[in-house]
Design a protein around this ligand. Sequence first.
Ligand code: SAM
Length: 325
Amino acid sequence: MILTYTKIIVYLLEYTFMRLTAKALGWPFTPPPRLSKEQRLTINAAFKRLLTRWKLVIKQFPRSNKLSNPIAHLNRYRLILTDLRSFLERKKMKDSTDLKGITFSMDCPEYFKRNYHYQTDGYFSFESAMRYDHQIELLFLGTGHIMRKVAYAELANILKGSEDVLEFGAGSGTSGHQFKQIFPRTVLDILEPGPAYLDFARRTYPHSFNEYIPEFMENFKCLKKYDCIFSCFVMHEIPVAFWDLVVQKIKESLKPNGHLFIIDSQQNCDSPDHQFALDQFAEDFYEPYFQEYRENSLEEYFRKKGFKLMVKSEVLFSKTLLFTL
Ligand SMILES: C[S@@+](CC[C@H](N)C(=O)[O-])C[C@H]1O[C@@H](n2cnc3c(N)ncnc32)[C@H](O)[C@@H]1O
């Protein structure tokens, strides 16, 4: 666990440095929320549960316990600092359509032309892809990677060999790369609609993936069937009106008895004690479809679409859902 605690401390220091720099230079950094004693206890308990599970995952999959290259890490942090002022000013103005100079492909839906999280260039530039994962880790103080790996470990009884797997909404490739640290023999195709993000994934992880698919899930034309399809923090970024199309593509692409594995934020139907954290997330980060996402229970939605829920578990303020057809 030494590596884990080192990582958490590094992200905490980096976050504090950003805050102090912004304060010193008069940039609009939103201070962390004031939490009640109960809320602090709830957060601590959720972190403890996550770290307890993570200890077990490290034992089972020792190769998953890695730090990233320190030079690459510092370079990414430098890029975040360089971008900080413009990010904070956009966030203060609540400007979510600041995408000047970006050329959209013909099939790019309107809902996607946004600065998700107010991030510079949305999902549309290589520089944004370079900053993306580090920014998310700053948000979760170094535990985003742990959350994903703890979640993936739940597939240990299902993925035992060279199964064909598809990840949709692969982002900059980190979530897929971490999946491969746990299941190195699987044949993983990644699908991502942000072309620059997919390009970043291809260059950063040239040997991790089998296919790099530039597509929206609702437009995916599958050429093969998969044993397992998964996504990590994607469903809340797709408007609910598009979920039926996404599910149709998932069903077409899964083998009989195949598995669907979803990792995403908890919703209104989940722990009442955790709702304050979801409210805070919606307040701090521009997530245009988060409200409707919260109101539409994923487990109920997929059940109505013919999926059977096999396992549900909590991972910090997120959840994992394992379905079969
Ligand atoms: C919050 S990011 C998560 C990225 C990655 N899975 C991770 O864990 O770091 C959501 C990703 O979903 C992608 N996405 C959004 N709408 C999508 C859609 N309709 N089909 C496939 N991917 C989509 C975005 O481009 C983005 O990369």
